[in-house]
Design a binder for this molecule. Structure first.
Ligand SMILES: Cc1cc2nc3c(=O)[nH]c(=O)nc-3n(C[C@H](O)[C@H](O)[C@H](O)COP(=O)(O)OP(=O)(O)OC[C@H]3O[C@@H](n4cnc5c(N)ncnc54)[C@H](O)[C@@H]3O)c2cc1C
Length: 602
């Protein structure tokens, strides 16, 4: 495993540097300790959450709080918290796997868990002073207190820095008075602590504060009624009103005007954790769907025998597999970078902050990809159940409703798509990722005479890995051309940014699935990994189609005449298989395995 600065790819560098399969972490690499954690969390999920699914659907908010408290007693709320603040002090991969395996019972609990352990606690562990951490983090890590995160306002959603909530310093300089309104605040109904963002005077940027909340001594804090939501019904979501709420100056987080930075960095962590939180839902949806499909007979045949259903089973398994591959790959990159920084003399706090910030691009990619995959998976789950899928009696409709929010919070998928490309361009400008050199090479290749030789693709994944390189060239061609044409005005061309983001996302997801499988084939053999090989190939096949479509629409929009023709020819070359995979065969192989095992078993 990579353990030096040189060996660890920087965030976004996956696009221009080769990653060897030995250098990616996969779920098959979980340590014994991680496996034990996973088992403990799964057992908790079955016993405390899945067994009571109906109560969550009936908006039993008290149950959410009760189960959160139990999670705290078992240490699950403090997995990421250092031991000196009553946490378990485990690494980033363990944090991710806890989020993953605790989240599939209901989106209600998963949201409460994510909001508390992520955006409710992390701003203090990442930015708090020693006194703040000592005072608050142990309470949050053990579940004695629950945390909420108050950023969004009626007029400030995606434009998070535009909030109107104010913080005014008292005459004696000892406290701030907070006034304003926040909305969509998860955990508001049972929290004891809020991370509140407010503006001091006419500051350009908002400031973060730790605000204690005790309903019996409300300090000017009142809550709106519970929102009636499409999904995550037992997750407490309320408006929060602040009227002359007094907060001691020592409860300011980081410094004045640092709030926007805190908010964004807390969201980076939140985004990859949200991706993790969507994974086990996908596994569970597939397992539930295949169990039904194996039992349900129509035309005297189990519906899982029908090709139309096999397509769904195979595609659902494939997206979950790619999601796992990419999420744990990035999680381990983050963990390695944190450890590397600690070894280099950073405090754990600095190391964690910088480690996650480094991979903000990957965090956005994962948030978008996995949140959309879980939604598609739930949608197909309903379809496999037919009419029963539409009934509240089966878990599919709740899974579908719960999945929908993941595309909205932690930054909408539109915002995250644009962020992923925007951050990459910024990194290139700062010299952290060399996009210019590789983009120029692609330009030269486009002008040169293409080779008509067919390489030897007999070795497993040799063509697929070559294809990934070509997709990367496509991104460099499209994004490079767009940057050349529009310069800093590129950010006004959102359709182009979104198309580029789709290409970026597909590259990361497809490459991660291939590298994971290649690594496992070397360990476990080709025969044992046969369905995984099929999934990696199937995912790539779709990725190539998406890249071709998005590349084409982009090129046509910004290039003209000869330049357009040259780029379209390049696109054709970069998205052409020498040997097309037979995707019907691939899907059949994957579906047969899922059917035979009766579950997602990869
Ligand atoms: C159930 C739930 C729980 C939540 N929990 C919390 C919480 O605990 N704490 C908290 O602070 N917030 C929370 N939120 C708020 C959530 O983060 C916001 O809803 C989200 O950031 C989007 O903001 P908005 O709803 O104001 O939508 P808007 O920002 O108004 O966006 C509406 C649409 O316009 C698009 N859009 C907006 N700006 C742009 C742009 N510049 N370019 C292109 N498209 C754009 C968006 O992508 C979206 O499609 C929660 C929301 C929900 C529904």
């Amino acid at each position: 495993m990579a353990d030096t600065e040189k060996d660890i790819l920087r965030g976004g560098q996956f696009l221009v540097k080769e990653t060897k399969c030995e250098d990616v972490f996969t779920p098959e690499d979980f340590s014994e300790e991680q496996k034990m954690m996973k088992d403990a969390v799964m057992e908790f999920n079955e016993r405390e959450i899945i067994a009571h699914r109906a109560r969550f659907e009936a908006k039993d908010y008290a149950l959410t709080e009760e189960v959160m408290r139990k999670a705290g007693e078992l240490g699950f709320l403090g997995v990421a918290v250092p031991e000196e603040y009553a946490g378990l002090g485990m690494g980033f991969v363990s944090t991710l796997l806890t989020c993953d395996y605790i989240s599939s019972g209901t989106g209600s609990f998963s949201t409460a868990f994510g909001a508390h352990t992520g955006i409710g606690t992390m701003p203090i562990t990442l930015y708090g002073t020693e006194e703040q951490k000592k005072k608050y983090v142990p309470k949050l890590a053990t579940g004695e207190w629950f945390g909420a995160y108050c950023l969004t306002e009626p007029g400030a959603g995606s434009d998070a820095n535009s909030g109107k909530t104010t913080a005014t310093l008292s005459e004696d300089g000892k406290s701030y008075k907070i006034n304003g309104q926040k909305m969509w605040i998860s955990n508001a109904g049972f929290c004891s602590l809020m991370i509140v963002f407010a503006r001091i005077e006419n500051d350009k940027n908002i400031t973060g504060f730790i605000v204690e909340y005790n309903p019996e001594n409300s300090n000017g804090i009142t809550l709106g009624e519970e929102e009636h939501k499409l999904g995550i019904r037992a997750s407490s979501t309320r408006q929060v009103f602040f009227s002359e709420t007094v907060v001691p100056v020592e409860n300011m987080l980081a410094g004045r005007g640092e709030g926007f930075k805190i908010a964004m960095n807390a969201l980076n962590v939140g985004r990859i954790k949200l991706a993790g939180a969507c994974l086990d839902s996908q596994r569970r949806i597939l397992t539930t769907a295949v169990t039904y499909a194996n039992e349900r007979k129509q035309f005297n045949t189990a519906i899982s025998e029908f090709g139309a259903i096999k397509v769904k089973l195979a595609e659902m398994a494939t997206s979950a597999y790619a999601g796992e591959s990419a999420t744990y790959r990035a999680a381990k990159n983050i963990e390695d970078r944190i450890n590397m920084r600690v070894a280099g003399g950073n405090t754990h706090q600095e190391a964690e902050l910088k480690g996650v910030e480094e991979y903000a691009i990957e965090c956005s990619i994962l948030k978008v990809a996995v949140s959309e995959d879980v939604q598609n998976c739930a949608d197909e789950g309903i379809q496999i159940f037919g009419g029963m899928g539409f009934s509240e009696e089966t878990p599919m409709e709740a899974a579908w409703r719960d999945a929908r929010i993941a595309r909205i919070y932690e930054g909408t998928n539109e915002i995250n798509r644009m962020l992923s490309v925007g951050m990459l361009v910024k990194k290139a400008m700062k010299g952290h990722v060399d996009l210019l050199g590789p983009a120029q090479k692609v330009q030269e290749e486009l002008m040169g005479i293409p080779s008509f030789e067919t390489p030897d693709y007999s070795e497993l994944f040799s063509e697929e890995k070559q294809m990934i390189q070509k997709l990367k060239k496509t991104f460099l061609m499209v994004a490079g051309g767009a940057v050349q044409k529009y310069g800093p005005q590129l950010e006004d061309h959102q359709q182009l940014l979104i198309a580029a983001a789709d290409i970026l996302i597909e590259i990361y997801m497809a490459e991660s699935a291939i590298l994971r499988t290649e690594k496992n084939v070397k360990r476990f053999g080709e025969k044992e990994q046969s369905a995984q090989i099929a999934m990696a190939k199937l995912y790539l096949y779709h990725a190539v189609d998406i890249v071709e479509e998005k590349g084409k629409e982009s090129i046509i929009s910004f290039a003209e005449g000869d330049e357009q023709r040259m780029m379209l020819m390049g696109l054709k070359r970069f998205t052409k298989y020498a040997n097309y995979p037979d995707i019907v065969d691939l899907r059949n192989e994957i579906a047969e395995k899922v059917k035979a095992e009766g579950k997602y078993s990869f």
